[in-house]
Write a protein that binds this ligand. Structure first.
Ligand SMILES: C[S@@+](CC[C@H](N)C(=O)[O-])C[C@H]1O[C@@H](n2cnc3c(N)ncnc32)[C@H](O)[C@@H]1O
Length: 236
């Protein structure tokens, strides 16, 4: 892999793009946020679907540059803001109607021979490092009536995500299920305890070809209405 495809979108991002296209009404005239813009394809799609404004955040200067270039190429820069930073630190006290993200969530500290930046997909031993950071800050940035959509690998354990969301006054539900090839170099880096626990239950192989299941998870407020708006204000 060389520099020209450092930010090639993955199957996870492709699924997120499909979701966004199929839910265009949720995007139109909304304030949207993408955490981890990478190539910029999700930001570009959100803006093309008529988002009122879109903030894109990425830890990597090169990703912000890639996103900026793509938006410029597609003439979509006017309603966009891009910030290089660490997730919610880059969002001030803003709230968003729609938050979308395909965070690093591979259960490994480091992935050998990936040809990507180190921050692209490694999510720590159980994959949850960035996901927990995301959920921990979400209630401070989700507008009343807002929706967050995230890619969610099988080994993140949906029960953990659901429990964490619940403790924050949020609810999580699986909106879409898919499976992606698991390349051998990534398989070699996968935490052994995760491989042992999920093989046959979300991680599958047919001969030497491996696959991993993932979901798109929707997160919204558990309660809506004026009383809930007060509660949500207190979360912020
Ligand atoms: C799996 S990639 C997805 C990128 C994008 N959706 C695409 O396919 O073009 C994850 C992205 O999150 C970014 N990232 C990793 N940690 C981050 C953090 N703490 N805050 C913001 N972005 C982060 C990475 O630089 C990378 O661009």
């Amino acid at each position: 892999m060389n520099d020209t495809n450092l930010f090639s979108p993955s199957e996870y991002t492709a699924a997120l793009l499909l979701y966004v296209r199929q839910h265009a009404a949720r995007v139109h005239a909304c304030r949207v946020l993408e955490l981890g813009t990478g190539s910029g394809v999700v930001m570009a799609t959100l803006l093309a679907l008529g988002a009122e404004s879109a903030l894109g955040v990425d830890l990597e200067a090169l990703a912000v540059e890639a996103t900026q270039n793509l938006l410029s190429q597609e003439h979509l820069l006017t309603r966009a803001s891009l910030v290089q930073g660490d997730m919610w630190d880059a969002c001030g006290d803003e709230r968003f109607d729609l938050v979308v993200t395909n965070l690093p969530q591979f259960a490994a500290d480091h992935i050998e021979y990936d040809g990507r930046l180190a921050s692209w997909s490694a999510g720590g031993p159980d994959g949850r490092r960035n996901v927990d950071q995301f959920l921990g800050g979400l209630s401070h940035h989700l507008a009343p009536g807002g929706l967050a959509v995230m890619t969610h690998n099988v080994f993140l354990d949906f029960n953990k995500t659901q429990a964490m969301a619940d403790s924050l006054g949020l609810q999580a539900r699986v909106a879409y299920c898919a499976s992606a090839p698991l390349p051998l170099h990534k398989l070699a880096s996968l935490s052994p305890h995760v491989l042992a626990r999920f093989t046959g239950q979300g991680i599958h192989h047919v001969g030497e070809y491996w696959f991993v299941d993932f979901d798109l998870v929707e997160i919204s407020w558990k309660h809506e209405g004026p009383e809930a708006a007060l509660l949500q204000g207190r979360q912020g």
